[in-house]
Design a protein. Structure first.
Length: 339
């Protein structure tokens, strides 16, 4: 089943030109399973040469099959094979073992996602006709003569309506399932299913961070939570009961949130103080600049600048006059006839 479901998507792109047929993979997997523990599937350590002898395929095909089993998620190489050291070879020779390496140790198992699909399908399949919820009903032997009597009872009041989920609990469930630090098993149930168990914490003002911190505290005192709990809602109910139904006002993350709020307030106060200091320095510099513009030093500087400009203008005027006089002299000399 794993080959049929995931070979084209999970294996074929990684194998390139080293593909393997379904028949060869099943034959090699069966040969490898004979060397594994029947109860657990562990301690499977046949060599590739041994598998090649048992199946009739070459060693390269055995290696491709190992890669495909690992990519399909039905086998895990617990301990990778390696060459033996000189000391290990000498010790092996003393007991009659002439091997030069250690074979890989594999564990054979089912695929985790495939197990979930199988269990889900088993839950939705029809139950056994003799042991399921539908049983043979007793047939009345007497005759009912009151045909025209008005029928009463719960069976004539129509179907009962499902109670509307608690609004605050539903909102808390939605935000908790969307929280990045929420446990993965919280997504196994819808927000509506979580609403009832989260109604009381939501009424006490709990947040998704409080739920995550409560789970962390539960683990911190020595409890254990599996990766896939059997009943996640029951597990959270047990954790809330451990915290105390009358202690919901003591939010688990309240202390951390208060500490973070205090740190943010201190940072904001420091930022405002630095901004005020910078603003005061700017105002002081601006006042000094304005004072310098109206002081005696500014007037003296402008007077010196005006005198320098006047001297420069006079010098340029004198130079221009001298140049014009030289040009006039040259023109006059050129007009005077030579004798």
């Amino acid at each position: 089943m794993a080959y049929d479901l995931r070979y084209d998507t999970d294996v074929r792109p990684h194998m390139g030109a080293n593909q393997i047929s379904r028949r060869a993979l099943l034959r090699i997997a069966e040969a490898r399973a004979r060397y594994a523990s029947y109860a657990t599937g562990r301690d499977c350590r046949p060599t590739n040469d041994r598998l090649a002898t048992d199946t009739g395929y070459d060693v390269r095909t055995i290696q491709r099959a190992n890669t495909v089993l690992r990519l399909l998620g039905v086998a895990t190489e617990v301990l990778r094979g390696r060459q033996r050291t000189r000391t290990e070879r000498l010790a092996s020779w003393r007991v009659g073992d002439r091997g030069r390496g250690w074979a890989s140790v594999w564990a054979l198992h089912d695929h985790r996602l495939l197990n979930q699909v199988i269990h889900t399908m088993q839950r939705v399949l029809s139950p056994h006709p003799r042991s399921g919820p539908v049983r043979d009903q007793h047939v009345r032997q007497d005759v009912v003569t009151t045909r025209d009597r008005r029928r009463t009872g719960a069976g004539n009041r129509g179907a009962t309506r499902r109670a509307r989920p608690d609004g605050s609990g539903l909102a808390l469930a939605k935000t908790w399932r969307a929280h990045p630090q929420a446990p993965p098993w919280c997504h196994r149930h819808s927000p509506t299913a979580w609403a009832a168990i989260l109604a009381a914490p939501a009424a006490a003002g709990w947040t998704p961070r409080d739920l995550n911190q409560l789970i962390t505290d539960w683990l911190g005192v020595g409890h254990w939570i599996p990766d896939t709990p059997h009943k996640p809602i029951g597990l959270l109910g047990a954790i809330l009961a451990w915290h105390g139904a009358d202690n919901l006002g003591d939010r688990p993350a309240a202390l951390d949130e208060a500490r973070e709020a205090q740190a943010r307030a201190a940072d904001e106060q420091l930022r405002r103080a630095e901004s005020a200091t910078s603003h005061r320095a700017h105002l002081a510099g601006r006042a000094a600049a304005q004072a310098a513009q109206s002081g005696p030093g500014r007037a003296e500087a402008f007077a010196a600048l005006a005198a320098a400009r006047h001297r420069s203008a006079q010098r340029r005027t004198a130079q221009a006059a001298a140049e014009q006089a030289r040009i006039d002299a040259l023109i006059e000399r050129a007009r005077t006839p030579r004798r």
